[in-house]
Design a binder for this molecule. Structure first.
Ligand SMILES: [Zn+2]
Length: 430
């Protein structure tokens, strides 16, 4: 790419940036929590079609993906789970193809009174755009589309096929990205602009979600002590799980990419429910757990150990000895993934091209990080032999209150993405 083309591409991103912010605001205004993504997906499909991409919009069919590697178990059906993919078909196909992936689902916003302004009324203040999902990861979805827009605006399109994916279910299973694979979408590389501060993610942990169900016989509080209390019985189980968490984090067990990360595998009790009445001994309790695993750690073995830990802890409780806890897997059954271990020429080239683009835009070498969360990158990397690069803008408060994305960072990521596309896919006249 000549200096002149590079300058034109970057100026084109600048010229369209106000429109990109308006697009991000409108997208963030759709409260696309799990089960409510359809409106936002309609918006994405319209925007893609308006750009001349050929749009594929479909409802995920559980039966089609259930047997696929990487599938995560779910409760209920998928009637409201709709994926959208917009494809640019190149005439010359002289370059390397690309998937630009982003997830449309956002995590629940929590109590609105904890927010300084309503989570679905996006606002710009002092260079930041606020709103649930603004950073994680609607800014990324905007960067994907506006990188292509910036090229088209100066009469250029990618010289290879590009699939722009807007998927559901990233925050609970990843089955949206899996459904794209199952439908046949493949490319020579994938880019996922999750909000990691313009750092390239070189390793991500895996995640297991499970519920622990405790059930017994209810009694009047006058006749039963705490030994028969399903809610209190959960406490030693939670302690035992945390002890397991500490063992799994032992320095000698750490995956190479995580040697310098203090506590990479986190166990979180995310929800708890139980009991029916203040003066009745609760006969039931259910708690939801999220646990991390390292890249390469076997999921089936991890599940066996979790169940063994619970069984052993249950042995010490009067309630649990007579009412064994039941473990139900309903959500993430996600392996870890390390791009750093992909030694292919393709991966080296893709990282080199992204790093070059990043350096031209920011003036700094591309930093890398091993993250303690999961992303949809694992599907491309583990099950489709496709190097998957997670690289996106700086955001704060994701999964918290007052979520926000830094607009100058978004501008740089859009420029970097456009330059990366030009390098990786090549260019042809629109
Ligand atoms: Zn995300």
């Amino acid at each position: 790419m000549t200096q002149e083309v590079e300058t034109r591409i970057r100026s084109s991103v600048d010229a369209m940036f106000e429109r990109e912010i308006a697009f991000l605001s409108e997208l963030t205004a759709h409260p696309s929590t799990r089960g409510n993504e359809q409106q936002a997906q309609d918006f994405m499909a319209r925007e893609m079609a308006g750009r001349g991409l050929s749009v594929d919009r479909w409802q995920i069919d559980l039966d089609e993906i259930r047997g696929q590697p990487g599938f995560s178990p779910v409760v209920g059906d998928y009637q409201d789970a709709v994926n959208v993919v917009g494809t640019h078909a190149s005439r010359s196909r002289k370059g390397r193809s690309l998937i630009l992936n982003g997830h449309i689902d956002v995590v629940p916003e929590g109590p609105h009174d904890m927010w300084d302004s309503p989570p679905y009324a996006p606002r710009v203040d002092d260079g930041w755009l606020y709103g649930r999902g603004a950073g994680d990861m609607k800014a990324g979805l905007a960067a994907n589309l506006f990188a292509l827009d910036a090229l088209r605006e100066i009469g250029l399109v990618p010289g290879a096929d590009v699939h722009v994916q807007s998927v559901v279910e990233e925050e609970c299973t990843g089955n949206g990205a899996l459904a794209c694979l199952q439908r046949g979408y493949r490319a020579d590389a994938a880019l996922i602009p999750e909000p990691f501060s313009e750092t390239l993610v070189t390793a991500q942990v895996g995640v297991i979600w499970f519920q622990v169900h405790l059930k017994g016989v209810p009694a009047h509080v006058a006749y039963a002590g705490s030994g028969a209390n399903a809610i209190e019985a959960a406490i030693p189980l939670i302690e035992a799980l945390h002890a397991m968490e500490e063992r799994w984090n032992a320095p000698e067990l750490r995956h190479g990419d995580y040697h310098h990360v203090h506590h990479p595998l986190n166990l979180n009790i995310g929800r708890i429910e139980g009991g029916d009445w203040t003066s009745s001994v609760p006969a039931w309790c259910v708690f939801d757990v999220r646990m991390g695993v390292f890249p390469g750690q076997d999921l089936a073995e991890a599940c066996r150990e979790i169940e063994e830990v619970l069984r052993a802890a249950a042995h010490n409780s009067v309630f649990l000895r007579n009412n064994q806890p039941e473990v139900v897997y309903n959500g993430f059954m996600a392996e870890g993934y390390a791009l750093s271990q992909d030694r292919s020429l393709q991966a080296r080239d893709a990282v080199g091209a992204l790093g070059g683009a990043h350096e031209r835009v920011t003036g700094h070498a591309l930093d890398t990080a091993a993250i303690t969360a999961t992303t949809d990158a694992r599907f491309f990397g583990l099950y489709a032999d496709t190097p998957a690069m997670v690289y996106g803008p700086r955001a704060e408060g994701i999964h918290g209150f007052n979520e926000r994305v830094e607009l100058e960072s978004l501008r740089r990521v859009t420029q970097t993405t456009a330059l990366f596309i030009a390098e990786w896919c090549g260019l042809e006249d629109a």
